[in-house]
Write a protein that binds this ligand. Structure first.
Ligand code: GLN
Length: 538
């Protein structure tokens, strides 16, 4: 069995297509099918790795080291699977392959065109994933908004697939915004109607329409969407704003999603069993305590830049029965004296120094690390946060004046953080970092070892710099404990301070592997320490 669900978006981007796609995937999985998911990004970049988070949001790293779209993170968290690089298809990859093939002479004699050559490549990639995964049903989310020029070849490929696979094997789901006019409070379906028309113009009639609205869709809106969208009333779904994205599958199922999908795709007719999932959502909603975590970074205006970290905190919160309130702190605000640091961080229960790149805000992150170390506030430093906390320790505890990372100050007298040796020869920036899952050995008896409950773990990575081996001895002599190493023993992966309520730094990105039902150990430990030590938590 090979079936496909295409998810398109209308009116504007960031309308919740990714969550809708992940929710449908979960519903189908809970009906007993093997399900996988693909994200199509119609931009020309080969992957998201070279894009600024403000352009794109978080770069999600897979086990196999691909730098992908953040929706893959949602799929992994909802489906509880690990996806690979071929689950994120971009225009850059598709054209790259077609052009390469043309140069090899594989289209000899032909004029190479968008239809059929580019669309064939798109379909081959989608089918290839379904085949390799042995998936009964593959969800394919087409990024961007219907009407974008760059999305057209992908929509065309989807249209062709319906023809080739048969109507019972391909379903189109369209997710579009239904705005509410603040003056009248009225739900407006016209933009959604237009986006459906746009789809129909290119030969796609959606089977299911999901109206994304701040409030539940009212009967009038549902009636209009069904009529003008040309679908039966029971195939119009309301996806309204809720407290947690993890409620969305439950919300869609309450409106009959598994029944409708069963009809359309000729499935087994089983209802979705979301009982375990719904327990997690209840625990989230019923949490009585609240903690505040300071999130120190440089892309805090677009908090989607750190979506996996936000979700990892939600997961750990569910398991500790606490709501985690996030206080976003732009690292640059912390530059210019201790008073500023206190002003922004005195009211947080613990802080995370976030991953990142480049000099802007680096001194602010260093100041935050100093504050957390000296005040005994729980601190989790991730990747760049790990590196800058080591810089802070080198400067203020070891006494190495001017210590820095060579990423920030190439002429520093004490390069405590330096380029990975294998990075020295690299002259291209795309896809060349140390990426993906690597083995880490944890030192027995350390905090990291206690949290993970084992000696060998695998976490994902995305970095070019590391702790410079020349400084290991002096850092350790001053009390820093290295608690995790890579498999060669030549690279530091975890560091901690024993006489501190919680001071854990990691070169890895544990957030990428956190799941609602399996929170990431460092995040669990971080919240545990906050609950134990923060005077503000009742
Ligand atoms: N800029 C740092 C490096 O390249 C950290 C990267 C990160 O935080 N992901 O090593």
């Amino acid at each position: 069995m090979r079936k496909y669900v295409f998810v398109t978006g209308g009116v504007l981007s960031s309308v919740g297509k990714g969550i809708a796609a992940a929710s449908i995937a979960l519903i189908l999985k809970s009906m007993g099918y093997s399900v996988t998911a693909i994200k199509i990004d119609p931009y020309v970049n080969v992957d998201s790795g070279t894009m600024n988070p403000y352009m794109h949001g978080e770069v999600f790293v897979t086990e196999d080291g691909a730098e992908t779209d953040l929706d893959l993170g949602h799929y992994e968290r909802f489906l509880d699977v690990n996806l690979t690089r071929d689950h994120n298809i971009t225009t850059g990859q598709v054209y790259g392959t077609v052009i390469e093939r043309e140069r090899r002479g594989e289209y000899l004699g032909q004029c190479v065109q968008i239809i059929p050559h580019v669309t064939d490549e798109i379909k081959a990639r989608i089918r290839g994933v379904a085949e390799r995964e042995g998936a009964d049903i593959t969800i394919v989310e087409i990024g961007g908004t219907v009407g974008d020029i760059e999305g057209l070849p992908f929509l065309e490929a989807a249209r062709q697939m319906r023809l080739e696979e048969g109507a019972r094997n391909v379903v189109f789901v369209h997710v579009a915004l239904v705005p509410i006019l603040s003056v009248t409070g009225e739900q407006k379906t016209k933009p959604l109607q237009h986006s459906v028309n746009e789809l129909r113009r290119i030969g796609i009639q959606p089977d299911i329409i999901i109206g994304r609205c701040d409030e539940p869709l009212n009967e009038t809106s549902i009636y209009k969407i069904a009529l003008f969208g040309n679908v039966p009333r029971e195939r119009v779904f309301s996806s309204h704003s809720v407290d947690t994205i993890y409620r969305v599958p439950l919300m869609l199922e309450e409106q009959g999603m598994s029944r409708v999908l069963s009809e359309l795709l000729a499935l087994n007719g089983r209802r979705a069993d979301l009982s375990e999932w719904s327990k997690l959502v209840k625990r989230f909603e019923e949490a009585s305590r609240e903690v505040t975590v300071g999130m120190v970074g440089k892309y805090v205006e677009l908090t989607d830049s750190y979506v996996s970290i936000k979700e990892a905190l939600v997961h750990a919160g569910i398991h500790h029965g606490v709501r985690v309130r996030l206080k976003w702190v732009e690292a640059e605000w912390l530059e210019g004296g201790e008073d500023r640091v206190k002003k922004y961080l005195d009211d947080v229960d613990g802080l995370i120094i976030l991953p990142g790149f480049g000099a802007r805000g680096a001194e602010g992150k260093i100041a935050a690390a100093k504050y957390a170390r000296e005040r005994g506030k729980p601190l989790l430093g991730i990747c760049f946060g790990f590196q800058l906390a080591i810089v802070e320790f080198a400067r203020n505890v070891v006494g190495l004046k001017g210590a820095n990372s060579t990423e920030i100050d190439p002429k520093t007298p004490h390069p405590v953080i330096d380029l990975l040796p294998e990075q020295r020869e690299i002259d291209r920036l795309g896809g060349t970092m140390r990426l993906g899952a690597y083995k880490i050995k944890l030192k027995q008896g350390t905090l990291a070892n206690r949290l993970y409950g084992r000696d060998i773990i695998y976490e994902r990575h995305r970095h070019r710099y590391e702790v410079n081996p020349r400084y290991w001895d002096v850092l350790q002599e001053h009390g820093l404990v290295f608690s995790g190493w890579d498999s060669s023993g030549r690279r530091i992966e975890f560091a901690e301070l024993p006489f501190h309520p919680f001071y854990l730094l990691t070169q890895a990105h544990p957030e990428f592997k956190s799941r609602p039902n399996r929170p990431s150990p460092p995040f669990m430990g971080f919240l545990e320490a906050i609950l134990k030590h923060s005077p503000r938590v009742g």
